[in-house]
Design a protein around this ligand. Sequence first.
Ligand code: FE
Length: 192
Amino acid sequence: MQLRVRALETVLTEKGYVDPAALDLLIETYETKIGPRNGARVVARAWVDADYRARLFKDATPAIAELGYAGRQGEHIVALENTPEVHNMVVCTLCSCYPWPVLGLPPVWYKSAPYRSRAVADPRGVLAEFGVTLPPETEIRVWDSTSEIRYLVVPMRPAGTEGWSEEKLAELVTRDSMIGTGLPKSPADLAK
Ligand code: FE
């Protein structure tokens, strides 16, 4: 795969379709500046600010832009609310659509054929493989991303975090908890 990508880049550069410096800048931006820390800040804000939370669930794209996150692959983001009754999980069955501005680039497993098919056919089994066991009465809703709509899961705020600052809360928010294949860290996890 790496060789194929390099060959493709060489051809596109030789033909003048891409500028290698621009490509490097794009890659560096997604590796260092844009990643799940952005989404974690959105979730933490939603945990502490009821008005922000309401705006986020009404129309996530502008609410996320309030924190300065916008751009490619994030034109239409929908926030999904996890509750004791409903757990949301995101997949792209067709390819690898993912909310780049808030989560960065997708992990390899997200793009893999087994995840893409099994997330739909057996979400509880997939969650178990990620080490997540939910109460049997919790409904699992699986959302299929498209090039038009990307999803951000807003996990439930962990117990024992009353009075925590937004910054500290954001440290509990994992990438997988915003895809729905994980849960946020607990205060005890953070102390480890
Ligand atoms: Fe896709």
